[in-house]
Design a protein around this ligand. Structure first.
Ligand SMILES: Nc1ncnc2c1ncn2[C@@H]1O[C@H](COP(=O)(O)OP(=O)(O)OP(=O)(O)O)[C@@H](O)[C@H]1O
Ligand SMILES: [Mg+2]
Length: 244
């Protein structure tokens, strides 16, 4: 077995809760939810870390408007400080270069970053997951044993079906699920609420499709003022209530 795996638990021992923002589908708003959730928790006075676990198409640095990412080493890698968040992204190593990674490479980077990043004490470590039910999903479950999943869907049958698959997998593997968020809601369209509740999973609420989000990307103050962020802030107490 890879000896680095044993170190991961020790590295994360002072992190109270680890929340992986995930979905069965791509492009549903995982990175936006993860970034705004991290900022909202910070605003509530918690110590928060954000780990961008999407190594092939990372986005959180753009959402947060991070210009320069520099890592510092000190018997491990010190996470960057971004708007008060402890932050880690592959972009600190790769810059704007494309990384064509195979599954085994992704696992290796996950193990390396989790075993070397010095998160220290945190109330929440938010993990922005790559799209779909991939190797990375299985790796996070295997490597970060205390992780809980916050699942994002949209009001579309296509997203719902993949989210149901992910929820079944998580149930089978006995991974705690915080609940499901329905993002990009427009009007009184089809809702996934009933199907999620039927699965015995907590439906956390709806987040509006908000045209203001696009122009606010990269500006955390503008993002906080969007209807999307305000609604997410209302839902946060449910996300962090210790029901799992
Ligand atoms: N509620 C919303 N209102 C308006 N735009 C949104 C909303 N949610 C997400 N978006 C936009 O949709 C796009 C996809 O969002 P995001 O990158 O967060 O999705 P993702 O699930 O992380 O994608 P990927 O699967 O590629 O990682 C982004 O341009 C984002 O700004
Ligand atoms: Mg993303």
């Amino acid at each position: 077995m890879d000896p680095r795996i044993n170190i991961i638990e020790k590295r994360l021992e002072k992190v109270r809760r680890l929340i992986a923002v995930s979905s069965g589908k791509g492009g549903v708003g995982k990175s936006l939810v993860a970034s705004v959730l991290a900022l909202t928790l910070l605003d509530k006075g918690f110590e928060v870390g954000l780990f961008d676990a999407d190594f092939t198409s990372p986005s959180t640095h753009r959402i947060l408007g991070v210009r320069r990412l520099e890592i510092r080493e000190e018997k491990g890698i010190v996470p960057m400080h971004v708007h008060g968040l402890k932050y880690m992204s592959i972009v600190a190593f790769s810059g704007e270069e494309t990384l064509p990674l195979r599954g085994a490479d992704i696992s290796n980077i996950l193990i390396e970053l989790f075993s070397t990043t010095l998160w220290g004490s945190l109330d929440y470590l938010i993990i922005d997951m790559p799209p779909g039910i991939s190797d990375a999903t299985l790796d996070i479950i295997r490597l970060v044993r205390r992780s809980e999943f916050l699942v994002v869907s949209t009001p579309s049958m296509l997203a719902l079906e993949t989210v149901e698959k992910l929820l079944r997998l998580l149930k089978e593997l006995k991974v705690p699920v915080v609940g499901v968020l329905e993002n990009m809601k427009m009007g009184q369209s089809f809702t996934i609420k009933d199907r999620i509740n039927e699965m015995g999973v907590s439906f956390l609420g709806e987040l509006p499709f908000d045209l203001k989000v696009e122009e606010a990307l990269g500006d955390v103050d503008a993002l906080a003022k969007t209807a999307f962020a305000r609604k997410l802030a209302e839902i946060v107490p449910q996300i962090i209530s210790p029901h799992v």
